[in-house]
Design a protein around this ligand. Structure first.
Ligand code: C2E
Ligand code: MG
Ligand code: MG
Length: 553
């Protein structure tokens, strides 16, 4: 609560202590002074609630009651109060609830702070103003960056007066004031804290446009539902004095899931969406980017399917042969995850791996691949005499690199499967290493100490520098297949392959060229000094059961 902190700093806050069993509430002298009172005042809640403008009083009372009934320890509210000088002050209120062992609220210790002068209030409506609101959105963006599950939306709601022919012009923004009051009440009752992190904020952006922040959403479609409801509620006629005033209402929505860098961009997109809502005829709420909403929905569906798939046989490991280009024998395999979705059929790893990474599912999935690959390759090594030195390469996601658990978990699997650590290669992409620079070096060192080898995957597509290559403990560079694909036609691609091979040789690293598909590519890669390369030429990744056939030769 920045405004509260501001008020405390300025000495603008007064304390109270409310014994809920006796109903008595003690107000500090500073609390009384804040509202222009002197000496003592009564000790009933009426001293507080009686000073709230009548239109707002019940909403505040029921918001407090609701918090007492919920299982929460603290609440924060904003409401207006009448000062002894007749002015209306904007107050921020925090309360800390004490509960008995049965969970019943017995006492609240709290404070009110006068935030009217915080430079945050729109003088016409008494709502927050635009700069203050943008600060608040910036903090929400910060939270969503730290926690991707924290989704929030920004609505820009336009309430445009629709004058009947011949009606008198509006005086003093009375529609904006009435709309502000209605918006406040509807949000207070209609967007309750169902869980922690769920909150809202309002501001008047000027000219009958309101900004609404919805925090702690379950997803983008919940923002649509709230916006649709608000548009309907705000379109009901307003009674101002003895007149009934109608308004045309529309809303634009921007959601944090689109990865905004700053609050202004979000408001800009909500404005674009509002423009579309208006041009489509009003009375509606539009998303800035419906494609983004669809993508968010698809991703959620994919996530829940993936969770379910973890416990079924839908996820399998396929084996991509890695062929020694000198002997033309299969030297090892890269284990690659495959997902056969019951309705959609095969889903590409390029689609489901990023979802698994965002949701953390990649951690159990990655360990599952490692376990399965060790088991399978060990069986081949034992069962096929010509495969005694076969190795397996398993992809590691940057997400798996984030914790300290990785080394222990790899060690546990190697021990449980009785798999020799020297016959395991772990692949990590350049960007994965760069993201967690220090931690990555430490983890790779520990893996190397265990005897595991390390490859840098998709080399040439990320940002690697020579200093990184020297510093990271590595065994192989895998040249990305985009270069291999181009070597028959493009001179540059051929040069990249040649340079990387030479560089690797000087650093004492092996080279693996990904995705060799044609004899021409094979010849050229071989002439550039790559010793091993996945033989797309001989075979695309195959199911475990079919792999031994590739080992016979
Ligand atoms: P990657 O690790 O670079 O894997 C190589 C990709 O190139 C695989 O695609 C493989 O099927 C494909 N490939 C190999 N040889 C050829 C070829 O000759 N021609 C063509 N056109 N493609 C070839 P895939 O299986 O679709 O995997 C894509 C990416 O998904 C992988 O790239 C890897 O980053 C990720 N991935 C797959 N399985 C796992 C896994 O178990 N864990 C993690 N963390 N990532 C995985
Ligand atoms: Mg790989
Ligand atoms: Mg690769």
């Amino acid at each position: 609560m920045d405004r509260f902190a501001w008020a405390v700093e300025k000495g603008n806050e007064g304390l109270w202590d409310w014994d809920l069993q006796t109903g008595r509430i003690h107000f500090s002298p500073r609390w009384r002074a804040l509202l222009g009172g002197e000496g003592s005042c009564g000790n009933t809640p009426e001293e507080w609630f009686g000073r709230i403008p009548p239109g707002e009083r019940e909403a505040v009372r029921s918001a407090v009651d609701a918090r007492l009934g919920e299982d929460c320890a603290k609440f924060e509210l904003e409401h207006r109060m009448l000062h002894a000088d007749g002015s209306c002050r904007r107050m921020s209120c925090v309360g800390v609830i004490t509960r008995d062992p049965a969970g019943r609220a017995v006492r609240i210790a709290g404070a009110h702070a006068d935030i009217t002068a915080a430079g945050a209030v729109d003088p016409l409506t008494g709502l927050a103003n635009r700069p203050f609101f943008l600060d608040r959105v910036a903090r929400s963006l910060e939270s969503s960056r730290r926690n991707p599950d924290f989704v929030f939306a920004l609505l820009l709601l336009a309430v445009d007066r629709q004058d009947a022919p011949g009606s008198p012009p509006e005086a003093g923004g009375e529609l904006a004031v009435a709309a502000a009051r209605r918006l406040e009440t509807r949000m207070k009752t209609g967007y309750r804290k169902a869980s922690s992190g769920r909150d809202h904020a309002l501001a008047h952006a000027g000219a009958g446009e309101f900004l609404v922040l919805l925090e702690g959403l379950g997803g983008a479609d919940e923002a649509q539902a709230v916006a649709d409801r608000l548009v309907g509620e705000m379109a009901e006629p307003f009674r101002i004095g003895d007149r009934e005033i109608f308004a045309a209402v529309g809303a634009g929505i921007a959601v944090s899931a689109s990865g905004y860098g700053n609050a202004q961009d979000m408001v800009r997109d909500a404005d674009t969406a509002l423009h579309r809502a208006r041009s489509l005829g009003g009375g509606r709420a539009e998303f800035f980017d419906t494609a983004a909403l669809d993508a968010a929905r698809r991703e959620r569906a994919l996530e829940s399917d993936l969770r379910r798939a973890l416990g079924t046989g839908e996820l399998r490991v396929a084996y991509q042969p890695i062929v020694d280009l000198e002997s033309c024998r299969t030297a090892g395999f890269e284990a690659l995850l495959r997902w056969r979705h019951p309705e959609r059929g095969e889903v590409s790893p390029a689609e489901f791996i990023p979802v698994a990474e965002r949701t953390g599912l990649i951690v159990p999935m990655g360990l599952g691949v490692l376990r399965e690959a060790c088991r399978q390759v060990k069986a081949w090594r034992h069962g096929l005499p010509q495969c005694g030195d076969l190795w397996v390469s398993v992809n590691l996601s940057p997400v798996q690199f984030k914790g300290e658990r990785l080394v222990r978990e790899v060690g546990d699997i190697l021990r449980a499967e009785e798999y020799e650590s020297g016959s395991l290669v772990l692949e990590i992409t350049e960007s994965g290493m760069m993201e967690n620079n220090q931690a990555a070096v430490r983890l790779l060192m520990q893996l190397r100490v265990m005897g595991v080898r390390v490859a840098i995957d998709d080399f040439g597509t990320g940002y690697s520098s020579l200093s990184h290559l020297c510093r990271f403990p590595l065994d192989y560079l895998k040249i990305d297949h985009s270069f291999v694909r181009g070597i028959e036609t493009g001179k540059e691609a051929l040069e990249v392959v040649r340079t990387v091979s030479e560089l690797a040789g000087r650093l004492g690293l092996g080279v693996i060229a990904e995705g060799i598909e044609t004899p021409g590519q094979l010849g050229r890669v071989r002439s550039r000094g790559c010793r091993v390369g996945p033989a797309g030429l001989c075979s695309r990744p195959v199911a475990g059961a079919r792999a031994p056939a590739l080992l016979d030769g």
